[in-house]
Design a protein. Sequence first.
Length: 344
Amino acid sequence: MNQNATTLTFIVPAYNMEEYLERCVSSLLQARDNGDIEVLIVDDGSHDSTPQLADTYERRWPGRVRAIHQPNKGHGGAVNTGIANARGTYVKVVDADDWIDPQSIDTMMATLREQCASDRPVDMVVTNYVYDKVGKRRKHTVNFRHAMRPGEILTWDDLGHFGLAEYILMHALTFRTAVVRESGMVLPEHTFYVDFIYAYQPFTKVRTMLYLDMPFYHYFIGREGQSVQTDVMIRRVEQLILVNHRMVEATPEPGTVPDGLYKYMIHFLAIESSVTSVFLILSRDPENYRKKDRLWADIAAHSPAIGRDVRRKAMSRALNLPGSAGRWIIRHGYAIAERVVGFN
């Protein structure tokens, strides 16, 4: 491998993240050998000291950290800028309030270097992630070992069963940069929840993958105003609907991609459609109830086959129970799940 080549680009979208940015950036450069790591801090029109901090880190770690400043475009716009400017063979998005596990980064880098030296490098590496929830001592780690054999080159048809509400979150993904670019993915600007699209649209260009059964990413959750809090998601439900439309448009017709890929994408689309439906129901707004019905009708109108297959999923059927009794079941089921799982 060319010693001047960049193996991995970390993209760090940063909007008013002065409190967390140094923890994040430091974690990305903690590998024993970080000479082939690039950190792109995309300052997305911040109003605090984030721009100055980004420039400071660029001076502190010359050749390793680059600061890019742009007018505010939202998380998706910052990721788009990072993808366009990444020099690494592989790319990973790390939100500025999250961090990378110090025990895992050397294993990840050794794996990616081995892939870069290969004639056929894998298109995607999947790793575990940790929910670091504010105030929680016990940290929940999400793994995929029952669906993916660790340490083997896999195709979509090699995957096992994903649980009812389980999918490969953006935090678990490291893509080959060319794959993301070839997918044509452009995330909508000024829109939350675009991580659903990031962890979906590029998959049609992924042929091979590798699963490393280790907790690589730490997902900081529970801070005030975070976009995954229930009340925040209800207020932003229109953005969930927009994301759903983009995912539907990115879904391939059955028979045009490997069966394992189509099966997984239908599974994931059903999850996102159900999540959106839940928050439309939780709003207790009759107009949002009608939007829920339109959402499912629009999927079927886009593609009868995709609409049929998404509707067949157990979660989808539950979300379309009729009338006020169906909505009551959904609201109470969500409340129980929130107490039991406790991630939000």
